[in-house]
Ligand binder design. Structure first.
Ligand SMILES: *Cc1c(COP(=O)(O)O)cnc(C)c1O
Length: 367
């Protein structure tokens, strides 16, 4: 049996530090907006190479609050990938703005800067690139476009904590980076969590108000805010996980390299190929399989977990049926949805397991 993601081993490896963090928070008697969150914010900002980090409730609200922080709302357009997890779109529609989906590059999986240029209108306010599967989007090209048109850029870093473009971390490449610390992410809490990194002092200040009912001073509310706060316990756990993030990302890198090697030459199987300038962190190892059904069935029969990220693109979800973007509207996203398959991946996967997965794939597809 090879699980898609081995979650229990994270606790097993870090048990003494995590247990100590738990005890410290419990004994402090302080659970919301305290020393642990402050310390994590400083450490995570430094890790990303950003001036500020604001801890929030989850990744979706991190995206949404950045848009709120920039006063983006009804009448505004935000460019999003057609090929993404639905959270990216939900953040835009939650503030009342219009999603303008843009297709990925032919190599995929990320948004195509040339197609972004064609989608900009006088109403465009922001671009929301996603570093899907841990592979950075083409931020140099995206920032050049944003500068040219006076647009804001918020990176969706949910799947790419620690990834780099030309030696600079994601989350510090745009005007803001929205992070998720959902348990399965590269740096995951033991519950929900999120945050925003930015160099923009005004945005950071606004987010601190928005996350706390629109209040800076207790019981004085200067705007209609949210309750979206990273809590002390999760922040304490995340401080432990941050110390091993680079090392755990290195382990993912080694697994990806071994997959590349062992899966080479299998007919009808496309392997992930990151651009030269990108240093991905392999949140997922996603292949493209012409005969995906057979491959999934063979893996399943061998007790090997695999998942599709994602089987239905946002524009074909019932949640967005009112946009009337039927099948055929975003063919590249649709083709990816029909062919991608994520193989087991994680910092606790063994080389032997990689070899077993590859052997089953080769037996199923030939080559
Ligand atoms: C996980 C994820 C989110 C949302 O994060 P949550 O913390 O679950 O709200 C947003 N975007 C992408 C690409 C994600 O993978």
């Amino acid at each position: 049996m090879i699980p898609f993601l081995d979650m229990k081993s994270a606790y097993a490896e870090l048990k003494p530090q995590l247990d100590a963090a738990y005890a410290q928070v419990m004994e402090s008697g302080w659970f919301v907006l305290g020393k642990e969150v402050e310390a994590f914010e400083a450490e995570y900002a430094a890790f990303c190479g950003a001036k500020y980090c604001v801890g929030l409730g989850n990744g979706l609200e991190a995206l949404e609050l950045v848009l709120r922080g920039w006063n983006i709302g009804p009448g505004d357009e935000v460019i999003v990938p057609s090929n993404t997890y639905i959270a990216t779109w939900l953040a835009v529609t939650a503030v009342g703005a219009k999603v303008v989906p843009v297709e990925p590059t032919l190599e995929g999986p990320n948004i195509d800067p040339e197609r972004i240029a064609a989608a900009v209108t006088p109403r465009t306010r922001a671009i929301m690139p996603v570093h899907l599967y841990g592979e950075p989007a083409d931020m140099d090209a995206i920032m050049a476009l944003a500068d040219k048109h006076g647009l804001k850029v918020v990176e969706d870093v949910a799947q790419a904590q620690g990834a780099k473009v030309r030696n600079r971390r994601t989350g510090a490449l745009g005007h803001a980076g929205a992070h998720s610390f959902f348990p399965t992410k590269n740096i995951g809490a033991f519950g929900d969590g999120g945050g925003v990194t930015t160099d923009d002092a005004a945005l950071a200040d606004r987010l601190r108000t928005l996350r706390n009912y629109g209040s800076k001073v207790k019981y004085v509310n200067i705007e209609r805010g949210y309750n979206s706060r990273l809590d002390e316990m999760q922040a304490a756990f995340l401080r432990v996980k941050l110390k091993v993030l680079d090392e755990w990302n290195d382990r993912r890198r080694r697994i990806a390299a071994r997959y590349d090697d062992k899966l080479a030459g299998i007919p009808g199987l496309g392997l992930p190929r990151a651009p030269q300038w990108a240093e991905p962190v392999w949140h997922l190892y996603v292949v493209r399989a012409e005969r995906r059904k057979e491959l999934m069935a063979a893996l399943d029969k061998a007790g090997i977990g695999s998942l599709i990220h994602y089987p239905i693109p946002p524009h074909l979800q019932e949640a967005y049926a009112d946009l009337r973007q039927g099948r055929g509207t975003f063919p590249l996203a649709e083709t990816l949805a029909d062919t991608v398959l994520s193989l087991p991946m994680g910092p606790h996967m063994s080389e032997k397991s990689v070899d077993q997965v590859a052997a089953v794939a080769r037996a199923a597809l030939g080559g």
